[in-house]
Design a protein around this ligand. Structure first.
Ligand code: SOE
Length: 386
């Protein structure tokens, strides 16, 4: 008899959908011991929850998250609501002995994140934050290449994450669809939303960031509130750029904006080391580009006439996660990054090796975001404390 993993998901938005899809597909693709059971979906709007439950196959709905986190038929609470609610839900769930997973960023700020780490660790419950881009096979392959020592001494890390959906001045802020623009609900703008992904990937590939200096910009300073209709100041950062110094001595540049006309979800990075480089951009997610100057196994330099960037189609069974899917040469998509993350989480429970980033891991990203925002306020270099 497979063990059951009875899930209660809180939030019916974009992330509620990506996570629900992952639960539904888990046992089709990954040979884990647990069977995911979509027990309950929670949203304050009961009609919305009922519609969502019918679409995704949840057994029941709940409109009060406080009831769900205490429900005896739930093993895992999965937080897919706006950032403002992560802290209270996660702590209540952990206090009730539930496993907890959450969408990124972990919290509104470092203080909240630290309290959440303490709660899950005191309760001894499994936990993870969905930094899903780590589970793009090409990015996981980049990690493998770095860990194999093929990049050599790192010099530069370069990340950009660009979108363009807030350029129009008449886009409101707030409400179900546009809470990412409301400071009191999101905590920050592109820093916590987009750069948090870039930072998580950077920490994973290139180690701790020691210090940062940042500049943020809010291009449109007032927007109508989607619910109240009142024109209110905009408190989020529309764009953020920062310089970073990694603990390993390499230098980083990070750039993010929601005003990069034409860019819908351009999440890219490059790492340059003495022996090689890797480059990825999510508009071509099935490729990882790798430049090898010096082969680490043979110690030989690549022959000059063969030197060049390799564009690796990450679709062989030997590539990360791909043995679970189709035949070589075929691709997987955005939704599978959540499925891969869930599979890692469940395997982590089964093997007693927690999937990363857990809450403590995600606290590192939160600290870098906090330092970036502080630096943007003060104009000074800020130590991250990592
Ligand atoms: C923002 O537009 C957003 O939906 C992020 O919140 C997600 O984390 C990102 O992956 C796609 O863009």
């Amino acid at each position: 008899m497979p063990k059951e993993l009875r899930v209660g998901v809180i939030g019916c938005g974009f992330m509620g959908r990506t996570h629900s899809n992952a639960y539904r597909r888990l046992n089709n693709f990954f040979p884990v011991e647990h069977r995911a059971v979509l027990k309950a979906i929670c949203d304050v709007n009961g009609d919305k929850a009922a519609q969502f439950a019918a679409t995704w196959g949840y057994e029941r709905i709940e409109t009060d998250w406080k009831k769900l986190v205490a429900a005896p038929d739930i093993d895992l609470i999965d937080i897919c609501v706006p950032n403002k609610y992560h802290h209270d839900i996660a702590i209540a769930a952990a206090c009730n002995g539930k496993m907890v997973t959450s969408e990124k960023p972990l919290a509104m700020n470092v203080e909240e994140a630290e309290e959440m780490v303490k709660a899950v660790e005191d309760a001894g419950v499994a936990n993870m934050v969905y930094y899903n881009y780590r589970r793009v096979p090409s990015i996981t392959l980049a990690k493998q290449i770095v860990d194999e020592g093929r990049i050599g001494k790192p010099f530069h890390y370069r990340a950009v994450y660009l979108q363009d959906w807030t350029i129009a001045a008449d886009v409101p802020q707030g409400g179900d669809a546009l809470w990412r623009l409301e400071i009191g609900v999101a905590g920050s703008g592109v820093t916590g939303d987009l750069l948090a992904h870039s930072i998580d990937t950077a920490l994973w590939l290139n180690g701790p960031i020691a210090r940062v200096v940042a500049k943020t910009k809010t291009f449109i300073t007032e927007r109508k509130h989607a619910v109240t209709g009142k024109v209110e100041p905009v408190g989020i950062d529309d764009a953020c750029m920062f310089l970073a110094e990694f603990a390993n001595g390499s230098l980083g540049t990070f750039e993010s904006s929601r005003y990069a006309r034409g860019r819908k979800n351009f999440n890219a990075f490059e790492l340059n080391g003495a022996d090689g480089s890797v480059y990825f951009d999510v508009e071509e997610p099935e490729y990882l580009q790798f430049f090898e100057y010096h082969q680490n196994q043979s110690g030989k330099k690549t022959e000059p006439h063969l030197t060049g960037w390799r564009k690796i189609h990450t679709s062989n069974a030997e590539h990360p996660y791909m043995s679970h899917y189709w035949v070589p040469g075929t691709c997987i998509g955005y939704e599978h990054t959540f499925l891969n993350a869930l599979a890692d989480f469940v395997e982590g429970i089964e093997k007693g090796k927690p999937a990363q980033p857990d809450f403590r891991g995600a606290l590192q990203t939160q600290k870098v975001c906090g330092a970036v925002l502080e630096s943007a306020r003060t104009g000074q270099w800020v130590e991250t404390g990592l």
